[in-house]
Design a protein around this ligand. Sequence first.
Ligand SMILES: NC(=[NH2+])NCCC[C@H](N)C(=O)O
Ligand SMILES: [Mn+2]
Ligand SMILES: [Mn+2]
Length: 307
Amino acid sequence: MHCTLLGIPVQSGTGRRGCDMGPDGLRAAGLTEAIESLGHTVSDAGNLEPAPLRPVSHPNSVLKALPETVAWLDALSEKAYALASEGMPVFLGGDHIMAAGTVSGVARHANDVGRPQFVLWLDAHPDFHTLNSTTSGNLHGTPAAYFTGQDSFEDIYPKLHAAVSPENVCMIGIRSVDPPERILLREAGVTVHDMRAIDENGIAVLLSAFLEKVAAANGMLHVSLDVDFLDPSIAPGVGTTVPGGATFREAHLAMEMLHDSGLVTSLDLVELNPFLDERGKTALLLTDLTASLLGRQVMDRPTRSFG
Ligand SMILES: NC(=[NH2+])NCCC[C@H](N)C(=O)O
Ligand SMILES: [Mn+2]
Ligand SMILES: [Mn+2]
């Protein structure tokens, strides 16, 4: 397979600085070499630059860095759309607002080729605020609401060519939900597996059910991996740590299952903040998780097929 790495050094969506170093942190951790060692080819498209600023405003006065964020998304949704038709794009963040660009771009491509787009959202947070509901004003709390076509983004974020059906979104690892998000997620019909669901069922059961659904629909699958999906003890390099996250093995198992499914068509690695990391620990873990997703195994085993 061919992977294209694209760095997106955006940090306008978060309240903390340092995510702009995320793409280079992943490069320093040996991401390219790890992917190549699995027999894939890799090209590094370098770092994206934002589009020119355009005038945008919204009545919610708490929104932070709206024009800067929109400039990033204008460039990114077009670039992601272009990359979606050539092998597997791996988007290196950057804060999670970038998923508004990556998912809208890949979903537009899926729509062109007549296949449904699915999203696996691995995160402590659902990032399901609208521009009206956010009270922090941090726009990295909004991408999933945007790409599923919730209201308030029209004429502000880039035009959404093909919204992802909320029923095609599965969130796993969730443990920090704001009250308006809780209501919106339920109304929209997003599948949300909180940490308790992982504790009670095991991550494999939850993920298998979703992969069966993707396979049955012949869907394209975008995986958006937020560092804070992981427990802070193993992944400290992120600005929004929440205790009680996925363990090392839960995360690797999810990646190994994603590999075996053969369904993943694009990937985000987001919210890595090298300024907060401990000697590259989090960047190295993300690199190893990506390797598991792309086929690294401890032992050979028969492949399991979905659908
Ligand atoms: N991508 C993230 N880390 N998002 C955290 C969002 C936290 C909170 N829900 C907010 O809207 O401010
Ligand atoms: Mn997130
Ligand atoms: Mn998060």
